[in-house]
Ligand binder design. Sequence first.
Ligand SMILES: Cc1cc2nc3c(=O)[nH]c(=O)nc-3n(C[C@H](O)[C@H](O)[C@H](O)COP(=O)(O)OP(=O)(O)OC[C@H]3O[C@@H](n4cnc5c(N)ncnc54)[C@H](O)[C@@H]3O)c2cc1C
Length: 429
Amino acid sequence: MPGQEHKPKLLIVGFGMAAGRLLQEVQLLAPGLFDITVIGEEPQAAYNRILLSPLLAGESEASILPLQTSSWYQSNGIDVQTGDPVTDLDVEQRVAHTASGKQYPWDLLVLATGSRAARLPLPGAELSGIVSLRTLDEANEVMARLNNETASDRRAVVVGGGVLGLEAACALQNRGVATTVVHNASWPMNRQLDCEAGEYLAATLAARNIRFISDAQCDHFVATADGARVAALQMGDGETLACDLVIMAVGIIPEVSLARQTKLSVARAINVDGWLRSDVTGVFALGECCEIDGEQFGLVAPIYRQAQVLAEVLQRCATSGAKADVSDIAPYTRQALPTRLKVSGVHVFSAGCLDDVVEPPAHAQRSLAWRDRDNLEYRRLWWQEGRLQAAVMFGEIGDSAIYEQLIEQQVPVQATVRALLTPNALVQP
Ligand SMILES: Cc1cc2nc3c(=O)[nH]c(=O)nc-3n(C[C@H](O)[C@H](O)[C@H](O)COP(=O)(O)OP(=O)(O)OC[C@H]3O[C@@H](n4cnc5c(N)ncnc54)[C@H](O)[C@@H]3O)c2cc1C
């Protein structure tokens, strides 16, 4: 900071994908400018959380998960503290306290505490054998259970038929586990897919011997006779789903407990502006623990963009003070985010805002669909005033990048929409 002899202390709390990317951006932009400490609660340094589903499916190796090698942190002089959560932030004194009793002062503080997996508050939800798939430790726990040959963990229930739930279900099935998905809506991935694409997806799950129960109401979990473990999920309609393992994939909750202890403004997540600044000078937040104009985040693409912006802002604050004018730095802006399912052999694509276009259709919006039922291929486009608003594809999704671009850039569609629907016949306008 101006007038300071020492390098400004940059403290990052939370060591997940957002923090990992921020460190890379800071080192690219301003190597050696800061005295950096990063504190994580998990025992590992930042790793690629996205790969937990392929890891569980046996399609990825744990060795490729770390975002950086330990020598990268060392050679960049970054003080890495893992397995020691921050329990208290003293914003007046600008000091963080950890569970082990250590104290870390800061000049600039970044909160990157991510989210927790949501848990359904059902009776019995605390039983052993009911897990979420948020961390590497949890993925390892599931795999250890499944690898234990003497265990009978061969029947699983996944609660939640969204992207993460389906990826987990297919991963378990891949490992020979009889898997049932229970979902509280009428079709899988109902936030990203329309009903027909959902039907094709459900048919594909059935072909893989994954049972999908729609409009499901879970009632409670049943324990084994000794009360030690989960033995079944009791459904509201009276059906009992015997299982040894339950994966809960019912959404995420931003981890904002530290921020709530302080004066920081928190809605569902920490309120920050487009430059990732909280309402306390010198305190920033990025990733799933923050929100910008009410927008929250659950995918890495926008978080990586935030990391770029924040690195520039931090560099400016280091040289011009925490209240530096950053208005000439391009802020984070909302991005259209497509969804793809990471399941081998199941090709699903969704882009644009389906909330607005599926039900009820907006007055001026139109849609056209193309389908090949025999081969389980489907695509549907929604457009308004000659501009593509949303697209859903199932089966053959080789053209998805073009739809993605048309939706994001909102350029007038030159070809007729009918021509746009023909698979593999797209010409970039
Ligand atoms: C199984 C799975 C598959 C996914 N697949 C995709 C995908 O295909 N595409 C995609 O874009 N996104 C995917 N995501 C989402 C993506 O992983 C997240 O959006 C991303 O990890 C969010 O980064 P983050 O740093 O904000 O949070 P996290 O990565 O969760 O990191 C936050 C870290 O902060 C730590 N922490 C919390 N509180 C404290 C504290 N008090 N002190 C110290 N540390 C603390 C947490 O333990 C955690 O390590 C997936 C997520 C999961 C779980």
